[in-house]
Design a protein around this ligand. Structure first.
Ligand code: ADP
Ligand code: MG
Length: 640
């Protein structure tokens, strides 16, 4: 991997950057292991031609070169955590073997141990590479316009409010809004959406996406370390640093286990000598084999490589896990709750019908609704604003005291009069139901979201909005059902609309008229029934429910809050990826289980055969280290 100083915008501090670079130290570990292997082989082949002291010196060299990285790691960690670890145990075993004259076995022990260390580093690198391939998408320079002149500056220097120029074919260097020009943008790097989107003045553009055909001027809205792109990278990074509960369990258990092995070693050096009349030499020899084979190397390597492999595999497919724990949990999920707008549907609504009372000024209602909704970010608001623009052109109206009533609608004052726009319950159910000969139930049965405009105690207009169900949603739901997972839709929309959408998506059941805080309560109830429940959502109003669920899943297109609260992010907004992730999670748990059972089994068999006197030291070393390598390789299968 190319390591440049200029990647610094990715890291909050020098220290962070350094620790990152340390971990991606390229192949030195592997090279050291191989050199020690070559020395061992050479010494073994030339054993008869070299002097005893050369023999010892060569082995000492193999010890030092092969063991350096692991010994350093073992000693620093022992000092830092005040707890012995496997690395120390391996050092003791190798030294012990050398002391009783088994130089080659001691050196092989170190060689294979170093090799397994290199393999673990390889997995680590592999998932770090997923980040570095993302890194390449981040331009380092931007063309800033100040006082009418262009200058090329580093993206770090950009501040909120700066204007930058992006020409056709260039990658956009920062998050911002277009102030001049229009272009089509390829957002596939960030959202996975393969169809380019047309962006005009006031539209938002994201760092890392590519402007295809027009020159645009962009006003920066986010600092370099806060862009969407940066958030994604931070998520991948923290995912790798967070350890899963079973990994933590093994690590906690490691210290105690090592102590037990050392005590057993101390006792077993002499016990058989006294009990079974073994010679002291045999007794010590068997104790050293015990020390070698009882080391929990394989056990310690059972989980991390598997988890990292699975995380990077899934990141490649557009599902970001914020930690191994979530991957571990996913396969336990029994039910999944979905938000409607923006999750099951594309969240890009359009106004399909609009009716107004005959005694009100239709243009005035349209203008005012557009002006009020212009201040809201809800998908409904965007649709109504667009509709107004289309009907009456530019809107210049003073909107005062605009308020969002979450899960209900919005209200504001125009010329001292209160206007409310929102769902039937919000403007008054009876008024809404009788408006325009009961048009509400007709529109709602068609799966449309119906929103009323009310002022001075009277409903003056109604908008019907249609959203389209995501293509992958139906597939995803069907697959989840075959996996035996219950699907539930939670929505703030009314019952009829909810039913129409739920039927179309093929979802098992739905709960309509949910206020944001009610989504949380429903989720708690679902947890009581199904125990392990995931929630998929995109909006600010979904965040509390995402946090309440056993596993929160956010749509990549979703709001920042949703992305931050969730445990898993569907980068490509592709719901059908959930089923793949569940399978991957199941596969990972199975592999970890295999590894743990296998490692413990091998240890038990080796200890037993040692004291049945059928195992010698070379075989002990191979059995023990072989199992470690096998366990790591088994974990690496998850990369595929
Ligand atoms: P969802 O679960 O579909 O994402 P929300 O909780 O965001 O729904 O909103 C619930 C309902 O509140 C919407 O169906 C709509 O009737 C109303 N509503 C929310 N925001 C607005 C708005 N900006 N303008 C009009 N109505 C709104
Ligand atoms: Mg939503």
């Amino acid at each position: 991997m190319e390591v440049k100083n200029s990647i610094s915008p990715l890291f909050n501090s020098k220290r962070e950057e350094k620790s990152f670079l340390n971990k991606v130290q390229p192949h030195t570990e592997l090279i050291a292991a191989l050199i020690s292997g070559v020395i061992i082989l050479f010494t073994w082949l030339s054993e008869n031609y070299i002097s005893d002291s050369t023999f010892v010196i060569l082995h000492l060299l193999a010890f030092a070169i092969g063991g350096f990285a692991k010994a350093k790691e073992g000693i620093t960690e022992t000092i830092n955590n005040k707890e012995l670890n496997v690395e120390m145990l391996m050092i003791f075993s190798a030294i012990g073997s050398a002391i009783i004259g088994y130089w080659t076995e001691g050196a092989i022990l170190i060689f294979i141990f170093a090799l397994s260390g290199a393999l673990e580093t390889y997995t680590m690198n592999k998932s770090k590479n997923e980040i570095s391939s993302l890194l390449k998408l981040q331009p380092e320079d931007a063309t800033r316009i100040s006082n009418g002149t262009e200058e090329v500056v580093s993206v770090n220097k950009l501040i909120i409010g700066d204007l930058i120029l992006v020409r056709a074919g260039e990658r956009i260097p920062a998050d911002g809004t277009i102030t001049k020009g229009s272009t089509t943008i390829d957002e596939s790097a960030i959202t996975g959406e393969s169809i380019p989107a047309t962006k005009n003045i006031e539209d938002e553009v994201l760092a890392g996406t590519v402007s295809l055909d027009g020159t645009i001027t962009v006003k920066i809205t986010k600092a370099a370390h806060e862009t969407m792109f940066q958030k994604i990278i931070n998520m991948v990074q923290s995912a790798q640093e967070e350890k899963s509960p079973s990994q933590l369990f093994i690590e906690r258990f490691e210290g105690t286990y090592v102590k037990v092995v050392l005590i057993a070693f101390g006792i077993m050096m002499f016990l058989p000598y006294f009990l079974f009349n073994w010679s002291l030499e045999t007794s010590i020899y068997r104790a050293i084999i015990l020390l070698v084979v009882a080391s929990p190397c394989a056990l310690v390597a059972s989980i991390m490589p598997a988890t990292l492999s699975a995380i990077s595999n899934s990141a490649r497919k557009g599902v970001l896990f914020k930690g191994g724990i979530h991957l571990e949990n996913l396969s336990q999920i029994k039910a999944i709750a979905f938000d409607k707008t923006g999750t099951l549907t594309n969240g890009k609504l359009i106004v399909t019908d609009a009716y107004f009372t005959s005694d009100s000024d239709e243009n005035e209602v349209i203008t005012i609704s557009g002006a009020i909704e212009n201040e809201s970010t809800h998908p409904i608001a965007k649709a109504i604003t667009a509709y107004s623009h289309e009907k009456v052109g530019n809107i210049k109206i003073q909107v005062n005291n605009m308020k969002t009533i979450h899960g209900n609608g919005v209200e504001a004052e125009i010329d001292g009069k209160l206007w409310q726009i929102g769902k039937p319950d919000y403007v008054g159910k009876q008024l809404a139901e009788s408006f325009h000969d009961g048009v509400l139930s007709k529109l709602a049965t068609e799966g449309k979201t119906v929103v009323f405009v009310k002022t001075e105690g009277k409903i003056v207009g109604v908008y019907a909005l249609k959203d389209t169900i995501r293509r992958e949603a139906k597939v995803a739901i069907k697959n989840l059902q075959t996996q035996g997972i219950k699907t539930i839709m939670l929505t703030g929309d009314n019952d009829l609309t909810a039913k129409a959408i739920a039927d179309e998506a093929g979802i098992d059941s739905y709960i309509a008229n949910c206020l944001p805080e009610e989504k949380v309560n429903h989720l708690k109830q679902l947890r009581d029934i199904h125990h392990n429940v995931a929630m998929v959502g995109d909006g600010i109003n979904d965040a509390p429910a995402l946090a309440t669920a056993n596993l929160g899943v956010a749509m990549g297109e979703g709001t920042d809050v949703a992305l931050e609260t969730a445990d898993v992010v569907l980068m490509k907004n592709d719901l059908s990826k959930i089923t793949n992730a569940i399978e991957l999670s199941g596969r990972m748990n199975r592999i970890v289980k295999q590894n743990v059972v296998f490692s413990i089994g091998v240890i038990a068999i080796l200890i037993l055969s040692n004291y049945l006197e059928v195992l010698d030291l070379p075989l002990g070393v191979i059995g023990h280290e072989g199992s470690t390598i096998l366990v790591i390789l088994n974990g690496l299968r998850l990369l595929k």
